[in-house]
Ligand binder design. Sequence first.
Ligand SMILES: C=C1C[C@]23C[C@@]1(O)CC[C@H]2[C@@]12CCC[C@@](C)(C(=O)O1)[C@H]2[C@@H]3C(=O)O
Ligand code: AKG
Ligand code: FE2
Length: 377
Amino acid sequence: MPSRLSDAFKSHPVHIHHKHLDFNSVQELPDSYAWSQVDDHYPNCHDVDSFGASESVPIIDLADPNALKLIGHACKTWGVFQVTKHGISKNLLDDIESLGRTLFSLPVQDKLKAARSPEGVSGYGFARISSFFPKLMWSEGFTIVGSPHDHFRQLWPHDHSEFCGIIEEYKKEMNRLAGKLMWLMLGSLGISKSDIKWAGPKGEFKGATAALQLNSYPACPDPDRAMGLAAHTDSTLLTILHQNTTSGLQVQREGTAGWVTVPPIHGALVINVGDLLHILSNGMYPSVLHRAVVNRSCHRLSIAYLYGPPESVQISPLSRLVSRSHPPLYRSVTWNEYLGTKAKHFNKALSSVRLFSPVTLNGFADVNDHHNRVKVG
Ligand SMILES: C=C1C[C@]23C[C@@]1(O)CC[C@H]2[C@@]12CCC[C@@](C)(C(=O)O1)[C@H]2[C@@H]3C(=O)O
Ligand SMILES: O=C(O)CCC(=O)C(=O)O
Ligand SMILES: [Fe+2]
């Protein structure tokens, strides 16, 4: 079993045999990018409840004395929320956004100098999940695990150090925020520092691993037939997403059929519950199904900080959340093992590590099993 995040896909290489497109030179959507079933995403993207009110993803001020409670409710009912007063400086958000813009504006042949290899994790390329779909997604991505130095040197032989510095600073600040959010999310379940040994004596989650994913969604000549990033859940404990001012992120709320747009709010960050927190919380906090749609006139950029546990840590439902009436719903997995499972089974990965099927368990159904959607019993 690979033990390093950078080796997670060694046994599941991704081969996508398509030429990379120069998005800016395309006037018409090529057939290889035309999705026949983009369904309801545009323009009817807001889910409307039975009273006619449009529901929206919670926005939580981290300085609010009620933040813990609000976060718990958001995690249980949405699996996603936006945070303000998170302590990440506007300058740093501007810097990472501008780095992303600079990177994706490079000519295709330059970006390909830092291409992700089929069995690799880091570098430039199509979304990993592209291999599960017959059509390509209208986006490009750049994944950073560990140091971006070698790839950045390929992209910018003379001035890579400044860009590396921004990435290191961003990762440091995100790591701090992720630790804080973890305790708010876990605290709202009644979990304290003594319940999670691998978080360390001070609960600092030392050794936590993370990937940084820069996503670019160029303006698209036929957005109704294109898909930016297909519906998926993240394999993480949690994901912190910064989006520019162009909307495109949509989430699905458990028990509803439609997609809800997560509007960009200046300075706010989007927090997703990932599959590993879903497992840790024994299904109490469902990972959120989300996707990105594209826009006719505006370029969109997003930066996802995908946060997970240290490499050797086995994640399983927390014993405090398990009882005779709530047996553990999932077997234990390391993040690497789970990434391998995801690379093989994609959106069925969570069900594949489930101990009981919702049908046999009758009454203890998971709140969010994306392929076995059932109501909580
Ligand atoms: C740690 C990781 C999570 C991720 C795969 C990766 O190795 C780095 C990229 C991440 C990402 C971002 C876009 C959506 C996603 C499903 C994908 O294909 O690559 C996620 C992966 C994930 O959360 O499983
Ligand atoms: O671009 C977005 O809003 C979504 C990105 C995303 O889901 C991801 O990087 O995992
Ligand atoms: Fe995602």
